[in-house]
Ligand binder design. Structure first.
Ligand SMILES: Cc1cc2nc3c(=O)[nH]c(=O)nc-3n(C[C@H](O)[C@H](O)[C@H](O)COP(=O)(O)O)c2cc1C
Length: 254
């Protein structure tokens, strides 16, 4: 997956799509960081012409205005998907962050407007504070394996509640075990980033080998045989996915 930041030149980005299309057999998915519909609609068509097999829209609006309702912000997501859907027939995925009051409804609305995939979740640059120098700094740019939790919950829930949309699980996937968990929760695919920065591209092979060894041990021949086996509606007590307060845990452990 190639990625476009606004500062890059458009031509350069289109070349990034064209050249792997000539040399590799796997699908090439373009990814753009979106702010407003207007600036990206024409570009989406160019991306399709450059040969991209699909397009991921990484949408995030930093909501700073106190007069702005969440409904209005969500509409910006929907408008973007609808407008880009009108100009290109290639499959669209939307990469979102975790902060929605009703994520299930938002994902459903994205599906209704033509998104065929959703990436759960993007991970953003987060600030930290240096209390010695009294200045703002950056917190850890890379995820850690424990960051898989939020995504795991929502992959498990959304894969059942909005069953027609494909889910790419993202954030905190650092090894084969995490891939297995996300597929069991209902993910169609899994994305990795931090682990590649930290340990290099060789991790793809390591992760695939771990997945394959586990499947062999369990007598599984394809991902389909276990995809979604532990999603929201496939477990005896779905409330495990819903549970968010620790109260019950502590009361039973005292
Ligand atoms: C250095 C760095 C740069 C990133 N740049 C982008 C970007 O331009 N667009 C995007 O959609 N996600 C970007 N991400 C987010 C990753 O694609 C990914 O969603 C996130 O890091 C969570 O996955 P991980 O836990 O495997 O790292 C970036 C992440 C890192 C660490």
């Amino acid at each position: 997956m190639t990625n476009y930041a606004k500062s890059n030149s458009v031509e350069e980005y289109l070349k990034l799509i064209e050249s792997p299309k000539k040399t590799v057999k796997i699908p090439v998915i373009a990814s753009i960081n979106c702010m407003t519909a207007a600036e990206w609609v024409a570009f989406a068509r160019d991306i399709e012409k450059a040969g991209a097999d699909a397009l991921e829209l990484n949408i995030f609006f930093m909501a700073l205005q106190k007069e702005m309702s969440s409904e209005k912000i969500e509409k910006l997501y929907y408008e973007l998907v609808s407008r880009i859907r009108e100009v290109t027939p290639i499959p669209l995925a939307v990469k979102v962050g975790l902060q929605f009051t009703n994520l299930t409804a938002v994902v459903n609305n994205l599906y209704v407007r033509g998104a065929r995939g959703v990436v759960l979740f993007n991970r953003f640059y987060e600030p930290d504070i240096d209390i010695e120098n009294l200045s703002l700094t950056s917190s850890d740019v890379f995820s850690s394996p424990s960051d898989i939790r939020q995504s795991l919950r929502w992959v498990g829930i959304i894969s059942d509640k909005v069953e027609k949309i494909d889910i790419a699980a993202s954030t905190g996937v650092h090894d084969g075990k995490a891939v297995i968990k996300q597929i069991l929760a209902g993910a169609s695919v899994v994305q990795i980033c931090s682990v590649l920065y930290r340990k290099g591209e060789g991790q793809v092979r390591v992760i695939l080998d771990e997945l394959t060894a586990w499947m062999k041990k369990k007598g599984l021949n394809s991902l389909e045989e276990f995809r979604g086996k532990l999603s929201y509606s496939h477990i005896p007590d779905p409330s495990v996915y819903e549970r968010s307060q620790f109260m019950k845990y502590f009361s039973s452990h005292h």
